[in-house]
Structure formats: structure tokens, C-alpha cells
Design a binder for this molecule. Structure first.
Ligand SMILES: [Zn+2]
Length: 409
């Protein structure tokens, strides 16, 4: 069944940060069972890889075989597997109590089931790598776009998986119907809080607890100055990577492209195009309004997606510039205009995983760098092959050779 094609990675090619997730909030220590597996001796025949060698690193450094262009999936899975709070929630079995088999928006709990199984294999078995066939087969049943053996986008996959896990683990059994009241000029704090409460009344899961934040979007009519403010939840931040030309015009400098610069671009007010105009309720006309995004509330674990496959002047191409971002102490205070969900701590994040993309649009290869939850050491996950990598290499790769990433404080 299926073909095991192992990618050869061109180490000389330049990877670029693709997805970064940042986490915050200290969590109590947890010990991860390592060593020999007690539960799944039948697995060996089932997956058909008997006689496999044992992994040399600690628990969590098991590789994922490439099932034919599935490096996009493997990369995202390894990033997610090294997300402390979510992995602990699965490994200690807490997730079972939340599985929602009746949610029409979910997948009868099947995605949560197979993801839990996969995490147990990654953290509790002692083999060098496993073939995530069962996971892939369940996933593609619910997401036919990921069936077959084409290359996909690791961010697109991660977004699907997080959403699927959220619905499968939604503690809300019957979603209440909620009518959204108009902001009506009320203070932002009040409207944002109201919208968040309404969102949580329908969406209450470990995934939301951990990954979701809220942003504010403001539209201003150029004709009558009508202001429309909305607050929406987000699971990850998609940041535009400004192209070099635009950057030079905007700043007059050739300074390094930093994550802060991408955030600046994200929060920059922009006039809507004619095709994308806004229906102003006051003018009762479509207007090319000014639109601005601001971060209002940040999650404990922040996934940052650097949008390198931009559309500029009809050209679709990958923006391959280096984006510098810190490994520790990413401070987003100046970008958050509202309150943090966890008001006790500042929005300061450490990097803990990176999904890297090498090569061109619609192809190429994905790998991941991730920091082991138990040992805090960094590893390079390249499908079946997992090897230690120094933090300085992650820094260099992240900013220069480029790597995508995930962080936790
Ligand atoms: Zn107007």
C-alpha cells in the first residue's frame, strides 16, 4: 500500500521560514515516557516495518516516513508534536474526555483519535521512524484535498489539522445561536470582550485555549468617515513578507527584513481596491475604504505564517528574502492594542518550532526544526531522518538560510 519515497534533500538549497509558532506561559514540568513501548507490539506488523532500527535521540525524536510528497504534512506534524501544552493534553489522556463525536463540523472524533495515536507513537515508541499511514488515510477521508501524492502547503495542512482537532475536541455539545449585536460606537474593550465571549460560547476546546487570539479590523469610509470596527478570532497570524522593492520605498533603507517589519506591514492601513470595495452602510454605496488590522489579544502559543507566496502585480512568486526573528524573547507588546487573554504576563515568546520550505512555488521540500519538550534540545526533522541541530544553526537558518518556526516561553 502506497509507496515509500524518501526525499533527498539538497542541503545547499536555501530554505525560508515558512511557518513560525510562538508560545508563551510557563507550564509545569512533565515527564515523557520514553524507552520501550509496552502498548503496541502489534503495530510492527500493521505498519509493515519490522526489524526497524531504534531511535537514538530522546522520546519525541521519532521521524515520519515520507509517503510520497508528504513532507508538508510531516513538517507540520513535528512542529505540532513539540507544542508542549497540546502534546501533554494528548499524552496524559485528557483529550479523551473532550472528544466530541456528534459535532457536525467535526470529524466524529476520528482526527483527534488518530492524532492521539500518532503522538503516542512519536513519544512512547522507541523506533527511529514510523509511517503515518493511518493518520493520512483518516485525514484524507475528511480532507480530500490532501489525498494523493501531490505536494501541499504545510501551513494549509496545519490550519486544517488545528481546525479539525478543535471541532473534534469542542466541549460545546450544542452550539447556541447567537446574534451579533452592533458595535454601535461602544468602547472597543466592551465590544471585543463581548465578541470573545460569544465566540467561546460556540468554540471551547483545548485548541482554542492554546492557539486562538483576536484581532481588530477597522474600516473607514473615505466619503462620510463612517467607521466600522469588528473583532475576529484567529488561529494563526499570516504576515505578509514585504518585497524588497516595496520595503526600500517605504523605509528608504536596506535594513534587515525583520519579523517586526512584517508585523508593521500587517498592521499598516491600506485602501481597498475597487474589486474589493466595502459597502458603506451610511452612504449606501460601495466605497474603497481604508482597512486596518490590529492585534487585540494574543494566545499562549502563537503560530506565525510568513506569507512568502505573495501576489504582486499579477505575479505569483515566492519572496525569498531573509526574515530575522529572535529565538528567545520575542516581545509583541507594542503590537497588541487590547488586552491579553492572560493579563498576568507580557506577550513575550520564545521560538520552539519552525516549518522550513526549500525550493520553489508548488514544489520543493519541507522540513522542521523543533525544540524537544523534555530536553529543550533542537532537532532537525527531515522526514524519516531526525538529527540534533544547535540553536545557533536554527538562528542562522531562521534568519539567513531561512527556516519557519514555532516558539514557547
Ligand atoms: Zn460612507
Amino acid at each position: 500500500m502506497g509507496l515509500d519515497r524518501v526525499f533527498s534533500t539538497d542541503n545547499a538549497s536555501t530554505g525560508r521560514a515558512h511557518v513560525s509558532a510562538y508560545g508563551s506561559g510557563s507550564l509545569p514540568a512533565i515527564s515523557y515516557p520514553g524507552g520501550t513501548s509496552s502498548s503496541s507490539s502489534s503495530r510492527i506488523d500493521y505498519y509493515g516495518y519490522s526489524g526497524q532500527r531504534k531511535r537514538s535521540g530522546p522520546a519525541g525524536t521519532t521521524g515520519l516516513q515520507n509517503l510520497g510528497n508528504t513532507c508538508f504534512m510531516n513538517s507540520a506534524l513535528q512542529c505540532l508534536s513539540n507544542t508542549r501544552a497540546l502534546t501533554r493534553f494528548f499524552l496524559d489522556g485528557s483529550y479523551r474526555g473532550d472528544i466530541n463525536r456528534d459535532n457536525p463540523l467535526g470529524m466524529q472524533g476520528r482526527v483527534a483519535d488518530v492524532y492521539g495515536d500518532l503522538l503516542r507513537q512519536l513519544w512512547q515508541d522507541d523506533v527511529a521512524h514510523i509511517a503515518p499511514r493511518e493518520f493520512k488515510s483518516v485525514l484524507q477521508r475528511f480532507a480530500p484535498q490532501f489525498s494523493g501524492y501531490q505536494q501541499h502547503d504545510s501551513q494549509e495542512f496545519l490550519a486544517f489539522l488545528l481546525d479539525g482537532l478543535h471541532e473534534d475536541l469542542n466541549r460545546v455539545r450544542v452550539k447556541p445561536y447567537i446574534e451579533i449585536p452592533d458595535a454601535d460606537g461602544r468602547p472597543d474593550e466592551e465590544v471585543a470582550e463581548e465578541r470573545w465571549r460569544m465566540h467561546r460560547a460556540r468554540n471551547d476546546s483545548k485548541v482554542v485555549d492554546e492557539f486562538q487570539g483576536q484581532y481588530k479590523s477597522t474600516l473607514v469610509c473615505p466619503q462620510c468617515n463612517k467607521v466600522s470596527v469588528t473583532f475576529d478570532p484567529f488561529m494563526y497570524l499570516t504576515l505578509p513578507v514585504p518585497a524588497i522593492k516595496l520595503r526600500n520605498i517605504a523605509t528608504g533603507t536596506k535594513g534587515p527584513l525583520t519579523l517586526a517589519r512584517c508585523l508593521e506591514e500587517f498592521t499598516r492601513a491600506e485602501q481597498l481596491s475597487e474589486d474589493d470595495s466595502w459597502y458603506c452602510p451610511q452612504c449606501k454605496e460601495h466605497r474603497q475604504a481604508t482597512k486596518k488590522f490590529d492585534l487585540w489579544r494574543l494566545p499562549d502559543t502563537l503560530v506565525v505564517h510568513l506569507k512568502r507566496f505573495g501576489q504582486s502585480r499579477g505575479w505569483r512568486d515566492k519572496i525569498d528574502d531573509l526574515v530575522e526573528f529572535p529565538i528567545t524573547g520575542l516581545d509583541l507588546s507594542e503590537w497588541v492594542i487590547g488586552e491579553r487573554a492572560d493579563t498576568a504576563s507580557a506577550p513575550i515568546y520564545d521560538l520552539y518550532a519552525v516549518s522550513n520550505h526549500f525550493g520553489g512555488l508548488g514544489g520543493g521540500h519541507y522540513t522542521a526544526y523543533a525544540k524537544n519538550i523534555a530536553t529543550d534540545a533542537w532537532y532537525d526533522f527531515d522526514d524519516s531522518s531526525v538529527s540534533p541541530v544547535s540553536e545557533s544553526q536554527v538562528v542562522v537558518s531562521s534568519s539567513r538560510d531561512g527556516a519557519g518556526s514555532v516558539e514557547q516561553k
